[in-house]
Design a protein around this ligand. Structure first.
Ligand SMILES: [Mg+2]
Length: 374
């Protein structure tokens, strides 16, 4: 099987619940998604999707993603998409770094590989563990009362796991946590996520003041060393997200006993191939695993859902239904609700072959780049 044509599309995906704000006044109104379609001489088509959270969140931005995709696509024409490791090695030789720019192409190759085998992607990734996976919703930074209201809305929608965005002034962060915890039912799983925004001293101050609250601490500080220092004073589970940018950062954090869990963002690490490598290592070592991404809609949600469903339940944390965060669609009306069946704070992975996503290409408009024969 050979790749005959690659088309790249852009899609604006406005947030359903308005502006998304995290520490330092950083905010976005939606995702700017880049979508890759790979066609083959076997008549099998694959899809992948990358969407950064603005330009402020990760070392990734929409212009970089689109330039990188267009740089790489011509070099994949004629290659066998089912040989995903060889495809990844080729992309890494051609373009040093920029893993986020490679991710959508890697995803489309996996979609084709699983379709060729006639199985859902989760099965191609190692197997299906159960049927459904837990979802979380982020409660973005706002006044404590507004965050409590937002938390209640998500509880009413069925979510039972919330990520409270902290990482500003510690006394305000404490008020935010208390307001949200007061507003939600007992048993709600709370992650306090600072998105790497605290200084070491602030993280320690927060830990001291919230000793009696029940939560998991996520990515308190930016630097590895600061997180390691915080770990020494943290007797609750600690999850790293922004730090985990590849296998070596995961292995380092594991060998330093820094982490109880990790968040793998698929495009941050370069796609499914590399996310699977980290996931398999973490699962084998008994470290908790969240697999999600920086953004996107149905295609990207399907990628994270299949990766999550093929992660053993003993280490599975939660993921998010990004397609529900945005108002745009690239599948026909009603398709996504049926395919993911998101309800009661959980969802499933689409049951069709590959990603199980039937893309409505008309929703994507004209490609911003295409290469190969028709
Ligand atoms: Mg996080």
């Amino acid at each position: 099987m050979k790749i005959t044509r690659i088309s790249l599309f852009a899609q604006d995906q406005p947030f359903r619940d308005g502006t998304y704000t995290c520490s330092g006044g950083r905010s976005a109104e939606g995702f700017e998604s880049s979508i890759a379609k790979i066609e083959t001489d076997a008549g099998i088509t694959g899809w992948g999707e990358m969407a950064p959270l603005g330009s402020f969140y990760d070392p990734a931005f929409v212009g970089g993603a689109r330039a990188g995709l267009a740089e790489l696509a011509p070099a994949l024409i004629g290659q066998d998409p089912a040989q995903v490791d060889a495809i990844n090695q080729r992309m890494d030789l051609l373009l040093n770094g920029h893993p986020y720019a490679k991710a959508a192409l890697d995803m489309a190759c996996w979609d084709i590989k699983a379709k060729q085998a006639g199985i859902p992607l989760a099965e191609a990734l190692g197997g299906r563990f159960g049927d459904r996976m837990a979802l979380y919703r982020s409660v973005p930074q706002a006044a404590p009362e507004a965050m409590a209201l937002r938390a209640k809305k998500y509880i009413a929608e069925g979510y039972r796991r919330l990520q409270v965005k902290v990482g500003l002034e510690v006394k305000d962060d404490i008020a935010r946590m208390e307001a949200v915890l007061d507003a939600v039912p007992t048993g709600t799983v709370i992650f306090a996520d600072a998105n790497a925004a605290w200084r070491q001293q602030q993280a320690l101050e927060f830990l001291r003041a919230t000793r009696d609250l029940d939560y998991v601490l996520e990515q308190p500080c930016a630097s590895y060393e600061a997180n390691l220092a915080v770990r020494a004073h943290c007797d609750r589970p600690l999850v790293l997200d922004e730090t985990i940018d590849g296998l070596s950062s995961f292995m380092r954090a594991w060998s330093d006993r820094l982490i109880d869990g990790i968040t793998i963002k698929v495009t941050r690490v370069g796609g499914i191939t590399k996310a699977k490598l980290i996931r398999d290592a973490a699962a084998g070592l008994g470290i908790g695993v969240t697999i999600e991404d920086t953004g996107g809609a149905e295609i990207n949600t399907a990628v994270t859902a299949h990766l999550m469903l093929s992660t053993p339940e003993s280490v599975r944390q939660h993921t998010c239904d990004f397609y529900n965060w945005v108002t745009s669609r690239h599948t026909r009306p009603g398709f996504a609700d049926k395919a993911f069946d998101a309800r009661g704070g959980s969802m499933t992975a689409p049951r069709g072959k590959g990603l199980g996503i039937e893309v409505e290409e008309t929703a994507l408009g004209v490609p911003f780049f295409a290469v190969g024969g028709s």
